[in-house]
Design a protein around this ligand. Sequence first.
Ligand code: SAH
Length: 316
Amino acid sequence: MRALSQLKTLLSPELFHKLPPPKALVQATWSRLHGLGHIVRSPFGGTRGIPAPTVTLDGDCRAGCVYLVGAGSGDVELLTLKAARLLQQADAVVYDRLVGDDVLALIPAGHERYYVGKERGHHSVPQAEIGALLVKLAGEGKSVVRLKGGDPGVFGRMGEELAALAEANIDAEIVPGITAASAAAAGMGIPLTDRAHAQQLRFITAQLCRKDGEPDWATLARQDETLIFYMGLTKVDAICTGLRRAGLPDDWPIMLVANASLPEQASLVGTLADMPGKLAESPLPSPCLIVVGSVVRMTETSPVGARAAATSTAAH
Ligand code: SAH
């Protein structure tokens, strides 16, 4: 059934529902897709003049190359086809903490895998060691996937890894992924930008948001923008205080979304004034994303937002 629902995501709902094929055929097609190296044809193709939808999965996975791949925000179905293909082909996969088990399950048994994320209460593997590992594996002639949560280029320290690979003259490719901001907005049923709400969108690391605050709050406190804070669960108080002091109104909307795109997604929707209290009352787990801006008000009318709110631990 999982294969069936994965195939469903590849085809238009109209084709999938109106022309249901024998399940066995669907599954055979999906196994061919898993088998890779082929052009996969949909069993629905060619009717009523509609060309057969095809998915080409015949890309290579080069020996000695490091693929910096986004694993998406958690839901395995949000993985790109390219990421899924490379995960099945690569000789070695080097992965982080935020990569889910469903995604790792795509790595064939017997292929090398290296965990370089942070264990609870422990430090991460130093970035220089990760760079050295990638260089070593590719230097041995292996094809390597460096798998990172979300998009590898968004607060993913990809720059240091690219530099290490460049210095060692190792070939690299980047495969983007669905970043947490996109997953959180989708999960809560809102756009990140809406013409009535935001003309700008900013991704900010909350690591600088301390009480005595390094961020330039004055430039962040705008009413025509959506702010996305990554890594900010322990900085909610400082963010709300900083933005209010810089001039945003007390009732300015803010939303916290934990485990976006996963079944355990949970959220809090409130204002800059009441969010620290709400969070203290109903703590959210990590990973958690913070969205600030009037676009958050759209959760009130979104059909997706209503569902998300109903299933969240404590919305509103
Ligand atoms: N490269 C990642 C971000 C890495 S920084 C991406 O593009 O998404 C790690 C931070 O991302 C976390 O502290 C959290 O703020 C956010 N994050 C990652 N996955 C998330 C998820 N499923 N739900 C909510 N926030 C998430």
